[in-house]
Design a protein. Structure first.
Length: 153
């Protein structure tokens, strides 16, 4: 899909303000409301805009610990990766998982109620049938720069 400057302006605004009314969005990107809505619907239908989310402050809801785990699998067959990804998808504590190149196979972000909860999960991955060889865990201390949208330029 070919995106023009106006599409980029729409996406930039919506990344930060997904609940912005169409009328207000149209004003911000210098379009009529009907032309703006047509573009947004086209971006949604094309899968450029996948969904709208609320940015929650989890610390105001409950205690938690965020762990970035570097995970290496024992075997590197396609079936092993597919099976492991299915296991991760079934774990509500996994908020993001990326297969990557480099020293390890996956970078997985866990959000757990406490460190003991994370230890139980990681022990289960290491001792179970998931095919995990090693896990190197990194505990988030603070967020120095929160996600504020993708660079579109």
């Amino acid at each position: 899909m070919e995106l023009d400057r106006t599409d980029h302006r729409i996406l930039k605004v919506l990344q930060l303000e997904g609940r912005l009314a169409n009328k207000d969005l149209a004003e911000r990107v210098a379009l009529s409301p009907s032309a703006c809505l047509k573009r947004v619907k086209r971006l949604e239908q094309a899968g450029v805009i996948r969904r709208y989310l609320a940015d929650l402050d989890l610390s105001r809801i409950r205690d938690s610990v965020t762990v970035f785990a570097e995970i290496t699998l024992k075997r590197h067959q396609v079936a092993d990766f597919v099976s492991f990804e299915a296991e991760l998808a079934a774990m509500p504590e996994v908020i993001e998982a990326c297969q990557i190149s480099g020293r390890f196979d996956f970078l997985v972000t866990f959000v757990c109620r406490d460190i003991d909860h994370y230890r139980e999960l990681s022990d289960g991955l290491l001792g179970g049938d998931s095919g995990v060889s090693t896990i190197a865990s990194n505990i988030r201390m603070k967020v120095s720069k929160p996600f504020a949208g993708y660079p579109l330029a």
